[in-house]
Design a protein around this ligand. Structure first.
Ligand SMILES: CC(C)(COP(=O)(O)OP(=O)(O)OC[C@H]1O[C@@H](n2cnc3c(N)ncnc32)[C@H](O)[C@@H]1OP(=O)(O)O)[C@@H](O)C(=O)NCCC(=O)NCCS
Length: 144
């Protein structure tokens, strides 16, 4: 397996399969995907992309940090979950962000993924909240 920078369009299939089942593929392109400073990473296993994560230059008003990035669209293909790929992808992304002198990574973590982020060293902030159509989320962050 290896980790590489991927194009926004390469995220679409896994976003749909893992994060937005039932939604059309055309809706898997998100508005900030191609904005300057944002980047996408994937875990490549032979022919297949098996995990993805997107990193957006975006501030969260509840958190301190000069150069904040937001983690979005973190997903591992179902049959590869729990094998450490998500963690390796996250670590690679945070290494790159440190090289870029970013000082904070945050995300709105789905309730089911809070444990995953906590193991990776993220801390929770504030109350949980509902994102319509997706479920309960918790703001989490990791200083870099
Ligand atoms: C959450 C997700 C991205 C994690 O990726 P992954 O490749 O399965 O994660 P890893 O295998 O690196 O897991 C690392 C550790 O976290 C644990 N873990 C993984 N998913 C977990 C979860 N949902 N809750 C609690 N712990 C979890 C693993 O058991 C592992 O623990 P260990 O190191 O003690 O063995 C993946 O499970 C996924 O795509 N889930 C569905 C989509 C989703 O919820 N994405 C997050 C949106 S905010």
């Amino acid at each position: 397996m290896h980790i590489r920078f991927i194009k926004p369009a390469e995220t679409h299939a896994l976003r749909q399969q893992v994060l937005r089942p039932g939604q059309p593929l055309e809706e898997m392109e998100w508005s900030k995907d191609r904005a300057s400073g944002n980047f996408h990473l994937g875990v490549q296993e032979e022919e297949d992309l098996i995990a993805i994560a997107s990193f957006f230059r975006e501030r969260n008003e509840f958190l301190r940090g000069w150069i904040q990035y937001r983690l979005r669209g973190m997903a591992t293909a179902p049959r590869h979950q729990g094998k450490g790929f998500g963690t390796r992808l996250l670590q690679f992304g945070m290494g790159h962000l440190r090289d870029m002198k970013a000082d904070l990574l945050w995300c709105n973590a789905r309730e089911n993924a809070v444990g995953f982020y906590a193991r990776a060293g993220f801390k929770g902030e504030g109350q949980t909240f509902l994102i319509e159509g997706i479920g309960i989320h918790h703001l989490m962050y990791h200083r870099l």
